[in-house]
Design a protein. Sequence first.
Length: 395
Amino acid sequence: MKRLSFLAGSAAAAAVATLVACGGGGESGGAGTLRLSLTDAPACGFESAFVTVTKVRVHRSDTAPETDGEWHEIVLPAPMRVDLLTLTNGTLQPLGQARLPAGIYRQLRLVLAANTAADPLANAVKPIGGSETALTTPSGQQSGLKMNVNLEVPADKVVDFAIDFDGCKSFVRAGNSGKILLKPVLSVLPILTDAGQRIEGYLDPSLVAPGTVVSAQNGGVPVRSTPPGADGKFRLYPVPVGTYDVVITAAGRVNAVFTGVPVVTTSTTTLGDPTGRIDTPASAASHAVSGKVTANASVVDTGGVVRALQVLTGGPVVEVGTANALADDGTYGMTLPAGAPVRLPYAAGALTFPWAADLPRAGLYRLEATATGFATPKPAEIALTGPVTQDFTFP
């Protein structure tokens, strides 16, 4: 095994860690520097969400067991307890950098400290209006939260990646037990530049409220999401270079979509400014969507997740809501607007936003459910004219 001494914090992020070779592999093909940061998407329904990171492990094989001798470990000098909810709006927590043999690394594991009698809240969340509650963490936590990745570390280069810890989808309530389970949803995003890979804008003050989310999406899949700051400003960073739909969802408002929003490496893409802020129309009504995600009788916790998609006339498809099924009984719930979604093509420098209502798609949604280890059932189309119950059963 190769152990990389690890320096945490913004000052240490500028230093290259030392590689100590404890086995084969060497640096015959040259060596490069891997720099990592941690970031977060919104954590729905929580005031804080803490995880305590002890190390990061990388391997060239996506199937290598934890005992394989070719792992490289990036070890923190002391466990770092991080509130993920402070890592929104483009904020990154540096996890340091290290020199390692050049090549492509296909497996990454984020290793968390265990909750112990001495430190029972190492990993914990605080629900809105509630008290801090220890997370029930996966049994495999000691070997790390696994991600299959494709991290290329060229010789004599420094490469940056951000580990995106999706708080909204990673914390699952267990229902009547009061437990909250950690079921991590993680991804890794490349950071190519300090000059670009950003979408920034300003929301009207009326939209600065719990539950408001701005996301950059590709094909109905959010790539980066954030709540606005207290001043209404939002920043999506890092966003891979490309063209996106920027989706704004908020309680009591219709879903709003900017189409064709470009992201480049050389500059920041802007949507409005402090004098030209984005507002979205109110929805005359909103309704609850609820139901159960169940499997065969022997499975209680399916790891079920339900997504609400809205298909705009002529495209695109966008995600406008998501809910984790409770671990003990599979129930889920969300609230969606019945009003017609609105859309607007991106225009550089625009300071006014004349939304066009997509009237044929008012109150129409496609619900998709997934569950760990089960085939996905056919999506269900619903018309939201009142409260809707929609169950999903996996074979």
